[in-house]
Structures are given as C-alpha cells and as structure tokens.
Write a protein that binds this ligand. Structure first.
Ligand SMILES: Nc1ncnc2c1ncn2[C@@H]1O[C@H](COP(=O)(O)OP(=O)(O)OP(=O)(O)O)[C@@H](O)[C@H]1O
Ligand SMILES: [Mg+2]
Length: 256
C-alpha cells in the first residue's frame, strides 16, 4: 500500500478527480467549536479541517476532550459556539433530524444490535453486505452469526462496515484500538487507510496510543484540557513521542 502521508495541514491527500466545483473544499471543517455538558465547557474554540481521503488523528490522554469533540461534531451534544461544515454545508440539529447526513460514526460501545446477525445489522444500517464482506472478508463466514458473540476485532469491523455502508463524506471514529490485540488493530487500521484512499472519505480518528496513530494518520492534532495544543504530520509522530507525551501531561509546545 502506498504511504500517502504528507501532512501539509491543509487537508486532502486524496482529492483526485472528485474534488470539483462546490466539493473542492475540505470534507470536514470545524470552526470555533466550543461544547460541553450542561454549564461545563469541555472543549474550547477548536479549529481544524479534514480533507477528502485524509485521516486526521485526534490524540490526547484520558479526559482531554476527544470523545466530547466527536460527539459535538456528530451533533449528539449541544454546541455552545462554533460551526461544523460537511462539504461546505453547515450541520444543524440532532443527527436523527438530518435526512441525508453524510457523517458516519464508530463510537465506543460498537453500536451493533447484539441479538441480530451480522447480515441483519448491515441491512439495518443501510450497508450492502457484498461491499462489507469485500472490505472485511473476516465477516463473511460470520454473516449469520449474532453480532453479540463476535470477537472484539470482528465487532469493530462490523461497526466500520455499518458506518461506511451509507458512503459518508466524513467518518468519526473513537478509540478503534480499545480492547483489541495489536495485530488485529493494525490490520483494521490498514484497511481503514485503504478505504480512505479508495472512497475519499475524510476520517477523524480519536486515538490515545501514539504508535497506532503513527501507523495510519496523515496528520495529528494533539489535545489537552479541551484545547488543540499542537499539529504535526503523521510521519513525525513516532520520532516526537516524548514531546507528545509532554503535551498530554500539560506541557505546551509550539505547533509544528
Ligand atoms: N456526560 C458527561 N457529563 C459531564 N462531564 C463529562 C461527560 N462526559 C465527559 N465529561 C468530562 O469531559 C471531559 C472530557 O471527557 P472526554 O470523554 O471527552 O475525554 P476523552 O479525551 O475522550 O478521554 P478518554 O481517553 O478517557 O476517552 C472530562 O473531564 C470528563 O469528565
Ligand atoms: Mg473518549
């Protein structure tokens, strides 16, 4: 697989022929996003973009505000301030009110119906089973198996296949690596890279483990206490691990 990581910060390593006319901007644009719970503000004034076909990692330690950021972008959480634009169109209202939402999510908990089969889960998500099994051949022999008895890795594959089934412009993923063996996680991340290149979906990947992010992201945003503290190309992550861990713990380094 080609390593297309460039990390220009402008978003979009995979623009290809799809980027024409109104679709030429970033797939996801977050402007001045401030959100939280009740009167508690957790994330502050976030500004970033994710280009078509780009995988951007959102990194930070426990409690940094990563999940809150995803929830606020997806519309599961009220925003105090700021805008979220998908392919130039502002997202407004809760997700269930958006008939043609182009944002897919893979959140913690994996979100499949445990008592339904893999095939039924794909059908309910509007995903074409043929496409899903092509992407994750491991799921083919499990088509008639209840999702609740899948392994952790298989459940993440199903969650990804469900989210990708509606061909979203933007895919938000929270802690894909959680509870997975390293080899399984790396296999799924490799598949994600191939999907981003093939479909130009823009991926925002929340990850706490720097080495997993380093294997797949084009660009990384480092978050601490609800603020974006640094940004760097994915290809820098492995070499700058100590610096990043310092930012995780509250040390402020200038953005690259
Ligand atoms: N439902 C909630 N109500 C109130 N505060 C919350 C809620 N969910 C999270 N928080 C607080 O918001 C802050 C950020 O939490 P968040 O879940 O976004 O962090 P995170 O970066 O995803 O952490 P982790 O790596 O542990 O998943 C934390 O201080 C947390 O206690
Ligand atoms: Mg989280």
């Amino acid at each position: 697989m080609t390593d297309s990581r460039g990390g220009t910060g402008n978003g979009g390593t995979g623009n290809g022929g799809a980027a024409v006319g109104a679709a030429a901007g970033p797939a996801l644009e977050v402007r001045g996003l401030t959100a939280g719970y009740g009167s508690l503000m957790v994330i502050h004034d976030l500004d970033f973009t994710v280009g078509r076909g780009e995988i951007v990692g959102l990194l930070g330690r426990n409690g940094a505000g990563k999940t809150t950021t995803l929830m606020a972008i997806a519309g599961f959480l009220g925003r105090y301030r700021g805008d979220v634009l998908v392919e130039g169109t502002p997202l407004a209202g809760p997700p269930y009110r958006r008939s043609r939402t182009r944002v897919g999510t893979v959140l913690e908990g994996r979100s499949a119906f445990g008592s339904l089969t893999v095939r039924q889960n794909l059908g309910l998500a509007g995903a074409d089973p043929g496409e899903a099994f092509e992407l994750f051949p491991e799921l083919t022999p499990k088509a008639s198996v209840r999702a609740g008895v899948l392994s952790g890795g298989e459940q993440q594959m199903l969650a990804l296949a469900r989210a990708l089934g509606r061909h979203p412009a933007v895919l938000l993923i929270d802690e894909l690596s959680f509870g997975l063996a390293p080899a399984v996680c790396e296999r799924i991340l490799g598949r994600l890279r191939a999907v981003a290149e093939a479909t130009s979906v823009a991926v925002l990947l929340v990850e706490q483990h720097i080495h997993y992010a380093a294997s797949v992201v084009d660009r990384a945003l480092i978050m601490n206490e609800g603020l974006l503290r640094a940004e760097m190309p994915g290809s820098d992550l492995a070499a700058r691990e100590t610096e990043i861990e310092r930012i995780y713990l509250g040390g402020i380094d200038e953005a690259a």
